[in-house]
Every structure is written in structure tokens, then in C-alpha cells.
Design a protein. Structure first.
Length: 526
């Protein structure tokens, strides 16, 4: 909960579908946003602010006091069938009775029977648990090297390893795991005091261990992570913790605030008000590479898996709290709505924080084709996105086709006048909808007959040589009663017996980038 959790976000590569919206998510900062922003502290330090002033900025109303403990217990491993304890120098193991056995340098593989081979012994001997491995002239190694001792016990038939280490030595492995070691000294000191305070304030009092070695507490990677600069920051603040009303403060921290930290109840509603964990301006977080992030683009299909609305997804809306974070996201579907918590939404889409906004681009497919030469309007939605543009495909290149000026609710309409069937899409930066096809049909017209032995009409554009079929309404169905071809001027005449009834002309396969076209109905009376 304290650490920055600096992982690279992973986003599913789902393609948008024609007519469906795409969602564009942008945001600020990385982490939960509560307490000290590590990048912001770095910025303050670069401007000459001391570590105690940095801490006072992020943890309001606090003071600096002394840590009430000198050792912590860190759960390094659990649920293991075997553990390998090693050292480059001879070391020792102490049984619960207090009896100590010497062990040779190298690796010692231990199972649930807790058998070890003492130095000089011919066979392995079993020990009662818990046993404590004690370092000699070189540190102990489990998955990596650690200061202090390693206690091993059995829980549920499986092995656990707990590092019993001095609080200051524990911090040697925490501070460089949490922030870059080349940051200014005052930023490193602020991190050391915050990490020390967090370790003390979150200890599992009365349990078998105090802390986890990962983001469930704070990242602890042992000796191999240590650096001179971060060790110095720990030493120069030795024993110092953040206090609030005579108690060690729970000093949450995170990577980047995006420009403003969050209050604890805005992120964790069940936490209640914590006077020193309030939302504060963070003016120097702009140094962070995560100060602003996105846009990340998600298809409607991907988004629907997260918000779980019934029926097709139409839109997604987010509420915003006083800290600028999103507590709730609501999906709007054609047959109902559904909501998820902002934290769950963040986790599902692997976003960097809950300080995000959701934009939408939508370009529905028109219900009918446009007659040749006619203008039509493409309507859609462009909300919460930057500089939306309507584009059309010319050959293999997308080019601007019209200016998009959304209304306050994001809706827009753009007039288009294509001369052939054209593909359009709505674009904002690298985000775009799937292509929407606007069909263009020939404009056909039948001329009232003067001679009841033929029907004539016109076609625009003049599709010389194209077949036109004349259809007559018979009952509820249109039946072909004649065919002819278009002449060079765009006219046609079909020789048919024109009896009273309803007629229309139709070109089913016009070619030249056009779709099928049909004239208006011509009613012939006797």
C-alpha cells in the first residue's frame, strides 16, 4: 500500500468494431495518491527544501519523533516445500532450546522436518521449530542476501522464512528499492523517514511477523539493493519517525501525484478522516514521467468486460471526488446500466492511478445511403478528447473531411457530400473509431408515361451501359417487368406494357463506387 508499484501497464489489443464507440482514457500520476508523492518530494528537494519540511507538507500537522522499536520481522517466504539457506562463510543455527549448532559455508536445503547437517557431523539431524539461522562473517542468503537472522518455522506443513533484522538495516534495503539512489539527499532522507514510519505504524503486533517484502508493505530487496547514498540517508535520519498526536503516523507514499495528492477517504472510503492524510497541492510532481499519461484506447468490447453492462455498451461515465480521483465508473447500455468502483476499474485496465478521465469517440453507421449529389450529415459523439477530426479514406490515406465542433454533451454533426461510397472515421490523436461506410446510390427518376407502351427515366451520374430494371408492385412484393440500359446522356427507356399500378426503377449493381439505387415510386392511373 505504501510503494509506488512501478509496473508497465498492459492493455489488451482489441480492435474497435464498426459503429461502436471507442473509449480514450487519460490521467495523472502513478499510485494511490495518498501521502507523500516520491517524485514531488524529489522536486521539492531540488528546490532546496529540507526533508522535514517535505514531510510536513505531505503529512499535515505532524512532527518528527523517535521510533519505539529497533527490530522488525519481515516475511520473506511462505508455503514452501523446501528452503535453501546459504552463506559464503560458516554460520550457525539456533534451536528453540537455545542450543546452537555450527554450519559449514555454502547451501543448506531444508524441508519440513527441519533437518540440518552440523559442521563436522556425519548425518543430518532434526530440530524443533522455529529455528533461527545466524550469520557469521558473511550475510545469509535466501533468494538474495539479507542482513540480520532468518527464522524458519512450519505452517500448515509448509515452510516459512522470516528475516529478523534491525529497523535501520531493514531500511537499507527499502529506500533504494523505492526511489532512485541518485536523487537529492533531502528527498532520500524524506523517503527514509517515511519508510521507517510506515514500517513501525503497520507492524502486525502480536503476529508471527511484522511486514511483507513487497507492495503489501513496502519493497525490501536486502543487501544487494543497497547504495551508499540511500544508506547515508537512513543513517542521517536514524530512529526518526513522523508523529501525529504522540503516535507514529501511517505514512502512505506513492510514486507520482499528478499535481495533487488525494485524501485518504477519497481513495479508501472506509478509512474515515485521517487529519494528516489530506489532499494537498504538489507543484513539483511535473518532474515525474507519469505526471500525465495516456491516451490509452479501449474498444467497447474490452470496456464492457470491465463495467459489465447488459446489452450493447453505449457510453461510460465517471464521477469525480474532491481529490480529483474517480470513485465510481458507470457503463450505460442499451438495456441497462452498471457501475464499478474506480479502484476496480483501474486494476482491470491496468491504469496508473484513479486520477483519470474517460473520453469517447463514436461514429454510428448511417441507416440509408445518400443519393448521388445530395448532402448528408454524419452524427456522433466526441467527448473528453482533444481536437477530434472527421477523416475520410482516399485510396490508402486518411485525410481530413470536416471540422468537428462537439456540443457540451459531446454530440456533433458534420455535413458531407461524397460522390461515391466513402469510408469515414472519427479521430483524436492516435485514437480513432472503426471505419464507417457511407453509401452513395445513383439518383434515379421515372417520368410519367405519355405512351403506355414504355417507361422512361434518368440516372445521375450518367452510368452509360448500366442495366436498369423496371419493377412493378404485385401484392406486397416488387416484381421485375422490364430491363433496359442507360444511354450516354444518362437516360433510359424500357419497352413494357404500362398498366395501372405502382412502378419503380432500380439499378442493383451500379459499379463505379456506388451502391444499389432505387427511384421513388411512380403511380400510373388509367
Amino acid at each position: 500500500m505504501a510503494a509506488s508499484d512501478a509496473r508497465k501497464p498492459r492493455r489488451a489489443a482489441t480492435k474497435p468494431r464498426t459503429g461502436e464507440p471507442v473509449f480514450v482514457v487519460t490521467g495523472h500520476g502513478w499510485g494511490h495518491g495518498v501521502g507523500m508523492a516520491q517524485w514531488g518530494a524529489n522536486g521539492f528537494a531540488r528546490r532546496g527544501m529540507s526533508y522535514n519540511r517535505i514531510l510536513a507538507h505531505y503529512y499535515r500537522g505532524t512532527t518528527i519523533g523517535r521510533a519505539p522499536v529497533s527490530k522488525v520481522r519481515v516475511l520473506l517466504a511462505s508455503g514452501k516445500k523446501t528452503l535453501t539457506i546459504a552463506s559464503a562463510a560458516p554460520f550457525r543455527v539456533r534451536a528453540p532450546s537455545g542450543k546452537v549448532k555450527r554450519l559449514a559455508a555454502g547451501k543448506h536445503v531444508i524441508g519440513p522436518g527441519l533437518k540440518v547437517k552440523p559442521k563436522g557431523a556425519k548425518r543430518r539431524v532434526a530440530l524443533d521449530w522455529p529455528v533461527v539461522f545466524l550469520a557469521g562473517e558473511e550475510p545469509l542468503r535466501l533468494d538474495r542476501r539479507y542482513r540480520g537472522a532468518i527464522q524458519v518455522d512450519v505452517k500448515g506443513g509448509r515452510l516459512r522464512a522470516i528475516n529478523v533484522v534491525g529497523l535501520e538495516q531493514y531500511l537499507y534495503g527499502v529506500v533504494p528499492s523505492e526511489v532512485p539512489d541518485d536523487w537529492p539527499a533531502e528527498a532520500l532522507k524524506a523517503q527514509a523517514v517515511a519508510a521507517r514510519s510506515y514500517a513501525v505504524s503497520t507492524r502486525k503486533l502480536g503476529g508471527d511477523y511484522d511486514l511483507f517484502p513487497d507492495v503489501r508493505s513496502q519493497v525490501y530487496r536486502g543487501i544487494d539493493e543497497e547504495e551508499e547514498t540511500t544508506n547515508a540517508a537512513v543513517d542521517e535520519t536514524a530512529g526518526e519517525v513522523v508523529m501525529y498526536q504522540s503516535r507514529v503516523a501511517r505514512t502512505y507514499f506513492h510514486s507520482s501525484s499528478g499535481g495533487r495528492t488525494a485524501s485518504a477517504p477519497d481513495v479508501w472510503p472506509d478509512s474515515g478522516t485521517v487529519p494528516y492524510l489530506v489532499s494537498v497541492e504538489d507543484p513539483y510532481d511535473a518532474l515525474s514521467p507519469y505526471h500525465n499519461w495516456g491516451p490509452f484506447v479501449f474498444s467497447a468490447a474490452r470496456m464492457q468486460k470491465v463495467v459489465k453492462v447488459p446489452g450493447p455498451l453505449v457510453d461510460v461515465r465517471a464521477t469525480v471526488n474532491a481529490s480529483g480521483r474517480v470513485p465510481t465508473v458507470t457503463g450505460i447500455g442499451t438495456v441497462g446500466d452498471a457501475s464499478v468502483r474506480g479502484t476496480d476499474f483501474r486494476r482491470a485496465l491496468d491504469l496508473r492511478s484513479t486520477w483519470f478521465r474517460i473520453g469517447v469517440l463514436a461514429l454510428p453507421t448511417p441507416a440509408k445511403p445518400l443519393p448521388y449529389g445530395a448532402a448528408g450529415k454524419l452524427t456522433g459523439t466526441a467527448r473528453g478528447v482533444v481536437k477530434p477530426v472527421l477523416e475520410q479514406l482516399k485510396g490508402t490515406t486518411w485525410t481530413a473531411a470536416g471540422s468537428v465542433q462537439p456540443q457540451s454533451n459531446g454530440s456533433f454533426a458534420v455535413t458531407v457530400r461524397p460522390t461515391a461510397t466513402t469510408r469515414y472515421r472519427l479521430t483524436s490523436g492516435l485514437a480513432h473509431t472503426a471505419a464507417t461506410t457511407v453509401g452513395v446510390s445513383p439518383r434515379l427518376a421515372l417520368i410519367p408515361p405519355g405512351d403506355l407502351s414504355e417507361l422512361s427515366g434518368t440516372v445521375r451520374p450518367a452510368l452509360a451501359g448500366t442495366t436498369v430494371q423496371i419493377e412493378r408492385l404485385t401484392g406486397q412484393a416488387w416484381r421485375v417487368v422490364g430491363r433496359t440500359t442507360v444511354d450516354a446522356g444518362g437516360g433510359f427507356t424500357a419497352q413494357i406494357d404500362v398498366t395501372p399500378g405502382s412502378y419503380r426503377a432500380r439499378i442493383p449493381v451500379p459499379g463505379r463506387g456506388l451502391v444499389a439505387g432505387t427511384s421513388s415510386t411512380l403511380v400510373v392511373n388509367q
